[in-house]
Design a protein around this ligand. Structure first.
Ligand code: NOJ
Length: 756
């Protein structure tokens, strides 16, 4: 392939991305395995309309609701519906014994005995928890992330689960949105790679194995662009953002053979995603050739009434089914109305058949027809839950997820022989918050706390709480709204700090201050923690701030005053051990931010790959794109993260070579200890038919270097990285000048250019 010829013919090629264009609306079946397709057809031919609709119906279990519980008493009919064969799937039923009992009803008491598929939000581990997804993403380590998803799948499958509602591949640029903790951050390139790693980890090479589960790319589409970062809010985005930012992680998920896709709660440019035919039928299943099935989000079919799109539940069912939403989660819309709608000619039975084929295919591929109880072995469950190997894997993941934000005068790592170490902050003694949000199967109080981690590593310290993060009951269904205002324990903490050599302050958000339904307008330290930090600073400036949080925080004061800051997100089960190892140099931090940290919440949405505007700079004048009371710059840019060693970048080269651009740069470890670095490649298409962002990540490599060692890092840019989607949704590569940038983060880069 030659760039020139591509450009001359005005390349329009979705095929370049390998997403294909085959229409999947066919009767030949959806599996690569012809035998499965035949079995699906045979079964389908025996099913009544009601049984087909039943496959498209998913009910919540009888506990652990992860959405608003139904109010109209529908739940009471669930057993009867199960026996009638009107339930294709359940969510939030877990435990080998519990799943077996439910499966038995479907398999042994319904007419055709079709097994159910059991779904659960296995987001960052099941019982043994890895860091929250945003934290894992900071590792930029795709193998470790894949392994982490494997561990999650192994434990979940041992508890009867065969389908996870993960990965969330929504790109988001707004730290106010609580669900940023569940994604891979703000960048579509990194987010696509991480989404694929997670899918590969969950699904493995053999979906029918008893330690793999079907994955679900969610939420299609645009959910991460909720206005003002308020969860479930309106999404209104233009074509360029849709095609270049929001869609690519879903396309990558399809390339990785993801078995299911979840649509989303939000309205997208006026049409709810669940009732959006263009999104689901035309694009996803049509142009992109998706062969799996689409699940609605919790009650999202019913919510189309509140959106002002469907007049009543019956119309909601009609709109969703016609739009290609194959399975209804907890709206009771399909089970109540779909058969009638078919009889009335408002929904085609062929479309019902299409949905059922998709659902049955995934069930066959999971091996559920061979053995519906294959995931229900209580002895296996006992052996695998909290397995030591899983702890080792999540510890490894946690170590790789830590980001060093500041380290003036090499305060870190701390010396183990240091005598007077004070530890301050309620989160240091917390065994639940570090588990983070979105952990439906996990047990409270199972994280290694920071204090325990220090003890495990024989570190002597004295502890004072200083202040709580929040007060009152908290939990998955109970929002943390009440911030603590109690300063009665400040005095003890200040006195301790005064007589200590170094103060480790563990501050941040409660584990349930991020996640679904947890948007914030203030993204500083909750409660009186900021005040506590400033009071302690007055008596001892030698502070190491250990942050625990589920989203980027705006902490300009801390950045200006505190010498060392370590971002630890919520690191999961092994939190305290990972933090102790990092504080004392047994782990050299190598994480890089997957999301920009603002100085001020009012900068949100803030992201590195923005457009330039017509007035990017202004000299001394006022008429340029800026704030009069705050810098445009972030506090910490995307891709940023320090190390206990230092890296030097030199000799950047880029040249066009046939159909690729070859890029190389030398990276040297100029410090005193070994360390890992993530070299990041960005491009800027300087003039294009649709303006391009000032910088776009198009490659990265993570590697380790011993002191004084160097490495030649090489990248190849193909048309896939150099092109973009125009406003007709066509993929194009255009001639012209490109800046090529490589560096340690999105701001600190060497720059050269090539002409295509
Ligand atoms: C609502 C969330 O938006 C979705 O991501 C989740 O999978 C479902 N609830 C099921 O818990």
């Amino acid at each position: 392939m030659n760039f020139k010829s591509l450009i001359n013919v005005g390349l329009i090629a979705t095929t370049l991305l390998g997403v294909g264009c085959t229409s999947s609306a066919n009767n030949r079946g959806y599996s690569k395995d012809a035998e499965i397709n035949t079995k699906v057809e045979m079964l389908l031919s025996k099913m009544t309309l009601e049984e087909k609709v039943g496959q498209m119906n998913q009910y919540n279990g009888f506990y652990d609701a992860t959405g608003p519980a139904p109010s109209d008493g529908d739940a009471k009919n669930k057993y009867e519906h199960l026996r009638n064969g009107w339930v294709g799937s359940m969510l939030n039923v877990r435990g080998a014994k519990e799943v077996r009992a439910m499966q038995k009803m479907a398999v042994e008491e319904s007419r055709l005995g079709i097994p159910m598929i059991f779904g659960l939000d296995v987001i960052h581990g099941h019982k043994t928890l890895a860091p929250i997804p945003l934290g894992e993403s900071a590792s930029w380590d795709l193998e470790a992330i894949k392994k982490s998803a494997q561990v999650a799948a192994t434990e979940a499958a041992a508890e009867g689960i065969n389908w996870t509602f993960a990965p969330m591949v929504d790109i988001s640029r707004d730290a106010r949105w609580g669900r940023v903790m569940e994604g891979a951050g703000e960048d579509t390139y990194l987010g696509s790679k991480i989404g694929v790693a997670r899918i590969q980890g969950f699904q493995g090479d053999d979906l029918s194995a008893n330690n793999t589960i079907a994955a679900c790319a969610k939420h299609f589409a645009g959910y991460g662009f909720a206005e003002a970062g308020r969860d479930y809010n309106t999404v209104d985005v233009g074509t360029s953002t849709l095609y270049n930012v929001i869609f690519p992680p879903f396309q990558a998920a399809l390339d990785a053979d993801v078995k299911t896709v979840m649509n989303s709660f939000n309205i997208l440019n006026g049409v709810p995603a669940t009732g959006n035919k263009w999104l689901q039928r035309d694009l996803l299943k049509g142009k992109w050739g998706f062969n799996g099935f689409v699940i609605s989000d919790w009650g999202s079919c019913m919510e189309m009434m509140a959106h002002g799109f469907a007049a009543d539940l019956k119309e909601a069912a009609e709109l969703a089914a016609n739009a290609g939403s194959d399975m209804d989660m907890e709206s009771y819309a399909y089970v109540k109305h779909l058969s009638t709608l078919v009889k009335e000619g408002k929904v085609n039975e062929a479309d019902i058949d299409d949905a059922v084929r998709r659902i049955l295919t995934v069930k066959y591929e999971l091996g559920l027809f061979d053995d519906p109880y294959k995931y229900c072995d209580e002895q296996r469950e006992q052996e695998l839950i909290y397995h030591e190997d899983h702890k080792a894997a999540v510890l490894d993941m946690a170590l790789k997820s830590v980001v060093l934000l500041k380290n003036d005068k090499q305060v870190l790592p701390l010396d183990k022989s240091q005598k007077k170490i004070a530890v301050i902050g309620a989160l240091a003694d917390d065994k639940t918050s570090p588990l983070g949000s979105w952990r439906v199967a996990s047990d409270d109080n199972t994280a290694v706390s920071v204090l325990e981690g220090l003890k495990n590593h024989n570190i002597k310290y004295t502890y004072a709480k200083g202040a709580d993060v929040s007060v009152g009951d908290v939990g998955f269904q109970i929002p943390v709204t009440i911030n603590n205002t109690d300063k009665s324990e400040f005095a003890e903490a200040i006195a301790l700090a005064r007589k200590s050599e170094v103060v480790v302050m563990v501050l941040g958000e409660h584990g349930y201050q991020s996640g679904e339904g947890r948007s914030r307008t203030n993204i500083g330290l909750p409660g009186v923690q900021q005040e506590l930090l400033e009071e302690v600073y007055k008596v001892n400036q030698n502070i190491v701030l250990v942050l625990m949080n589920g989203r980027p925080l705006a902490l300009p004061w801390a950045d200006a005053h505190i010498p060392a800051i370590l971002e630890t997100w919520q690191l999961g089960t092994e939190s305290g051990n990972a933090i102790a190892k990092t504080l004392f140099g047994d782990n050299n931090p190598s994480g890089k931010l997957p999301m920009t940290f603002p100085r001020n919440v009012a900068q949100c949405p803030i992201y590195y790959n923005h457009y330039n505007t017509g007035r990017p700079t202004g000299g001394n004048g006022v008429f340029w794109s800026h704030y009069i009371d705050e810098s445009n710059d972030p506090l910490y840019p995307f891709g940023f993260g320090l190390s206990y060693t230092s890296f030097e970048y030199s000799n950047l080269k880029a040249k066009v070579d046939g159909d690729v651009v070859k890029v190389s740069i030398t990276v040297k470890n100029t410090g005193k200890v070994a360390g890992q670095e993530v070299a990041q490649l960005y491009i800027h298409d300087k003039a294009a038919s649709v303006a391009r962002p000032i910088k776009e990540l198009k490659g990265f490599e993570k590697f380790e270097l011993a002191p004084n060692d160097s490495k030649l890092v090489e990248f190849e840019l193909t048309s896939k990285e150099l092109g973009f989607y125009n406003n007709e949704g066509e993929f194009v590569v255009e001639a012209g000048d490109f800046d090529i940038m490589v560096g340690t983060d999105s701001q600190n880069v060497s720059i050269t250019s090539v002409t295509l």
